[in-house]
Ligand binder design. Structure first.
Ligand code: NAP
Length: 286
């Protein structure tokens, strides 16, 4: 085992602080913001995740409900559910748990959600606003990463940041948020030449690839901040990130563990997005 030099960024503690802040603000509203989670099929991992979301929401005064639908659901049926939720004044946030079965086009479903209720921040209107630098509902995981960086006191202005991964859920919005925070951002992916060299240039490295321990200790610059979004289950049952933690912690200045880093932030940010959507929608005239 290598000696740990890096400061550990404690996602559980930061997430608890975000949840406490949401609970305090929700208590002053005079109504319970509503969150509807649509769960299609019976994937056990999705079911556990949705149950955790429900529990966390109710604990901060958000009225969460799950709408379970069979794996055989037709796209039209799912779109009708979304239309009902869009029209329901008690619902402030709508989240459709992904992935969806093959007969349903995820894109059609995401585009059917009222952008004002799109607490995942995946609707093209919200994606566009994010890239325009306009305040909007932002995807929960990259938003959580920004909060971790802030809590760790990492200065982003002018910093060289590398985002490893270019998915719509993590990599792309992550790059947009870091750019908006004045970092100089590089996005790397599976076609990047000499990934280790790209990583070594980074003062802030965010790994979101879904490849167990891909990023090695000698890919990391001395004193860099390393944020590991990856969640990978090894054959022996262990949960590891996209970064080889012990090696990385020996050189990095600060690092997030897996589990207990980015993971807890995602649900906390979903709760914050629900509160934000409720406050914005319910204060609109008319
Ligand atoms: P994804 O949609 O599969 O995207 C993976 C990205 O990594 C792609 O852009 C891909 O490049 C790139 N990539 C894959 N293999 C690579 C390699 N060997 N070298 C360089 N780049 C490579 O995954 P995602 O949804 O963004 O999720 C990424 C990870 O984060 C997963 O482990 C997931 O479980 C985790 N995650 C965690 C949370 C959380 O709450 N903590 C939330 C969401 C996701 P191409 O574009 O070229 O294919």
């Amino acid at each position: 085992m290598t000696e740990t030099a890096a400061r550990i960024i404690d996602g559980k503690a930061v997430a608890a602080a975000v949840r406490a802040e949401v609970a305090a603000r929700t208590a002053t509203l005079g109504y319970r913001p509503g969150l509807a989670v649509v769960l299609v099929g019976d994937d056990p991992a999705s079911a556990i995740y949705v149950r955790n979301k429900d529990r966390a929401a109710n604990a901060v005064g958000i009225a969460a409900r799950t709408i379970p639908l069979p794996a055989s659901v037709a796209e039209a049926e799912l779109l009708a559910v979304i239309a009902r939720l869009n029209a329901d004044a008690s619902v402030d946030g709508i989240l459709v748990q992904l992935p969806l079965p093959p007969q349903v086009r995820a894109r059609a479903v995401i585009e059917a959600i009222d952008p004002a209720k799109d607490v995942d921040g995946f609707h093209p209107i919200n994606v566009g606003r994010l890239h325009e630098g306009v305040a909007t509902l932002v995807p929960c995981t990259p938003l959580g990463v920004m909060k971790l960086l802030a809590a760790a006191g990492v200065s982003l202005r002018g910093a060289r940041a590398l985002v490893l991964g270019r998915s719509s859920i993590v990599g792309k919005p992550m790059a947009a948020l870091l750019t908006a925070a004045d970092a100089t951002v590089t996005v790397a992916h599976s076609r990047t030449r000499d990934l280790p060299a790209e990583c070594r240039r980074a003062e802030v490295l965010v790994a979101a690839v879904g490849r167990a321990e891909l990023v090695r200790g000698d890919w990391i610059a001395n004193d860099a901040t390393v944020i590991d979004v990856g969640i990978n289950r090894l054959a022996d049952g262990r949960l590891v990130g996209d970064v080889a933690y012990d090696e990385a912690a020996a050189v990095a200045g600060a690092i997030t563990p897996v589990p207990g880093g980015v993971g807890p932030m995602t649900i906390a940010c979903l709760l914050e997005n629900t509160l934000r959507a409720a406050a914005a929608r319910r204060s609109r005239p008319g």
